[in-house]
Design a protein around this ligand. Structure first.
Ligand SMILES: Nc1nc2c(c(=O)[nH]1)N[C@H]1C(S)=C(S)[C@@H](COP(=O)(O)O)O[C@H]1N2
Ligand SMILES: [Mo]
Length: 308
């Protein structure tokens, strides 16, 4: 049973964010600014080759150091600087993903076999957190639909339910994180099959650093960052809409759909604009995070205020 220890307070301290960003960019100008930099340096070795994929934005990627040191990964701490310091404890090999439920060919895959299913592509995507910061990242992966097709979903597969690794030996307790574990997320089948939805293994030409969700995560660029579940160990195909972590934690503030929508405010702050990590001026947030041409048709006829 989840003991609510006001996760809201930590997830939503938006006011000190500009202060934090200022401090951070000051620090990043100083060489060897603390343990975070050392951790990400240590991980930076494993290269991952990829061809250029479709759908890339021509916006300038956010500096690697920002993407690898300003994170949400509650299993390793609720502060943005904590995952990069603590996620080194995550053992990413061997790694398996169980794919099960309403499929003809359920299987527990070794990650190495999944990674051979299709050519790895680099896709430069925008990625926006509901907390109103955004990043532009050259992710490496291939469409999630490649893995889905391989297990042959049956007619009963209406949703995909994803689950992260949870190990209480070296991750936060539910009580200290303020959310239930294991972290879970879900997509409707047509969303999961959409060519933009990326099964992601790397970024910036390298394997994912642990704090960004190694060894395998989702990136769903038209949705808030929290849909992009990290360190996935299980995917189950189900008939009913599955539970999702932030919705379980606070259903009034976080819905199942979680599409980036500048016209629907979070109950406690606006969603109309965002701050790109490494920049100071705010940008206007775009409908579906700028991917409306590709994904708006998935939601025609839906009231996006009700299905937020
Ligand atoms: N397992 C797990 N996945 C997670 C989270 C988390 O706490 N645990 N946080 C989510 C949130 S709120 C965001 S904004 C993104 C952040 O991804 P990034 O740190 O790579 O930018 O990861 C998402 N995936
Ligand atoms: Mo987020």
């Amino acid at each position: 049973m989840l003991i609510k220890k006001s996760p809201d307070l930590r997830y939503s301290e938006v006011t000190p964010q500009s202060t934090y960003l200022n401090r951070r960019s000051f620090l990043s100008a100083v060489p060897l600014a603390g343990a975070a930099l050392l951790t990400t340096r240590a991980k930076a070795a494993a290269k991952l080759a990829a061809i250029k994929g479709p759908f890339s934005t021509d916006e300038k990627p956010t500096p690697y150091q920002d993407v690898a040191s300003y994170n949400n990964f509650y299993e390793f701490g609720t502060g943005k600087d904590e995952p990069s310091k603590n996620a080194g404890r995550l053992k990413t090999s061997p790694w398996t993903i169980a794919v099960e439920g309403a499929v003809s060919k359920p299987k527990v895959f070794d990650l190495a076999d999944v990674m051979k299913m299709a050519p790895l592509e680099e896709r430069i995507y925008r990625h926006r957190c509901v907390e109103a910061w955004s990043i532009v990242v050259p992710w490496i992966g291939f469409p999630l639909n490649v893995l889905i097709k391989a297990v042959e979903p049956t007619a009963k597969a209406k949703f995909a339910a994803f689950q992260s690794l949870y190990d209480s030996k070296y991750m936060l307790s539910e009580r200290s994180a303020g959310i239930a574990f294991p972290y879970v997320e879900g997509l409707r089948m047509d969303e999961a099959m959409h060519p933009l939805a990326l099964l992601c293994f790397g970024m910036y030409g390298q394997e994912l650093p642990n704090q960004d969700g190694a060894p395998v995560r989702l990136v769903v660029p038209w949705k808030y960052g929290f849909k992009s579940i990290k360190s996935i160990v299980k995917i189950k195909f189900v008939e009913k809409e599955p539970p999702t972590t932030w919705n379980l934690s606070n259903s009034r503030e976080y819905g199942f759909y979680s599409n980036v929508n500048p016209t629907v405010d979070h109950p406690r702050w606006s969603q109309a604009s965002e701050r790109r990590l490494g920049e100071f001026a705010k940008r206007k947030t775009l409908m579906f995070n700028g991917y409306a041409d590709q994904v708006a048709s998935l939601y025609t006829g839906m009231d996006l205020r009700k299905y937020y």
